[in-house]
Design a protein around this ligand. Sequence first.
Ligand code: UTP
Ligand code: MN
Length: 521
Amino acid sequence: MVPLKRRKVCGAVSGRETTVKFPHVVIYLLERKMGASRRAFLSQLGRKNGFRVEDDFSDNVTHVISENNSGDEARTWLDLQQKGNVTVKLLDICWYTESMRLGCPVEILDKHKLQEGQKFQEESVEFSVPVEFSVPSYACQRRTSLENHNTNFTDALSLLAENAELNNEDGRAVAFQRAAAVLKALPVKVTSMTQLQGLPCLGQHSQRVIKDIIENGVSSEVESTINSERFKALKLLTGIFGVGAKTADRWFREGIQNLTQLENSGHDLNRAQQAGLEHYYDLNQPVTKAEAEIIGDIVKKAVHDVLPGSEITLTGGFRRGKISGHDVDFLITHPDEGKEVGLMAKVVSWLTAQGLLLYQKTTRNSYLENEEGPAQPPSNIDRFERCLSIFKLEKKEMHSIRLHPGTQSSDREPAIIEHLQHFQANSFSNSQMRPNRTWRAVRVDLVVSPISQFAFAVLGWTGSKLFERELRRWAGQVKSMSLSSHALYDSKQCKYLRATSEEEIFAHLGLEFIPPKERNA
Ligand code: UTP
Ligand code: MN
């Protein structure tokens, strides 16, 4: 028996007594290969969660947890303890971390048991564990539906990507996004690091974050990012339409951390930023699919009125099957090449006359096909005639939806949920929320494409952003081609490859066709 005095210490965490919730499960963590400091950390974590974790081995112990030992090594160690308890369970650390995550001792499955009678080769562990998933390395080679089994990891990695973007560290941001995209493509929830063996795009940093979440339920880096004044302020300021990371950073360095400070700072805001500030609340509320459809009907009416025969296509996240988005994206074309010229100005006049636009800025088409192929490196920015606008949408019976609808919030890291809710609750003043108003502001992007470029434009505007980036990277690195939302150029054959459908473009690129709903990388 463990002496009474010591048992008491076992239940104490930094001076606080914690209740033992599962008295029949008595855990002993094997220090061998785990190390003393990790053992101490894991013991404390267990006790905090109501588990009974013993410092010393005794006959009371029911579960021995080992990390990096083979079944035979653990059995040899156990035999040396010369205790009479033969029913003690020899388990891998994955049982312990899973139980921590779920807050109760999980059912013991084969995967949790240490395999005895098998030699454990530590050095060749990568080869001794079968690779669980096979994932191609470019996101455009794989199918990524909206069903994400790993939101706990992908939320964390996306948040770190966002932070890197805000800090102007684009390389790092893309690395986190690629790692998140790999996890989004997995068919099941990841519960142990060994499942990740052989997966592409998981750099050391991303692996650290994932490991942290597997073991502790949260990532300490995510927690400190969420709590940093800089991240909070930059997120709030870049939430203003028309304000990018650079501007937000400059304001933050001037001591501006919130909207009131910005309004009082005397800064001259441009037209977009003024509109962004005025409609801050609305523009930070998700746009629903129902709202997108109503706007689609309005745009269709406008376009057909000013140029019969024109075609409009809903692109962006809604085409990928999302049920909400930050804006609504439309692509407009006409089957007779050239007829689309001048169309945008007429559409904008029509919408303005109906009082439907709160803000708009139209840029002209500046795309010119260069005989010698696109500039090197090809520009990611397309040059279509484009109208960035804010629509005034009558609310009628519409209900705006809450944060991230359709996802299981139980899977999300509590700190991230709290951060998002805090962001919602504290960013808006009552005057901006204007609950009695009969309309809301919605960001809408209108793009006009000549029919000859339409397939490229649809592909380029459907996203996701990472999927597009990966398509261009694949084209350049694997096929020596250059892809944009206007055209595909083959640098080996020195010619443009024409296409009238997305399927043809995938075929030119030597890729299996991925339908829009599976481009949610
Ligand atoms: P969005 O930023 O609208 O993203 O760009 P989204 O996927 O629709 O997501 P939410 O729901 O609005 O947040 C849509 C697509 O348009 C392309 C992007 O690459 C993205 O794939 N795009 C966007 C451009 O090609 N050029 C731009 O200037 C903006
Ligand atoms: Mn969009």
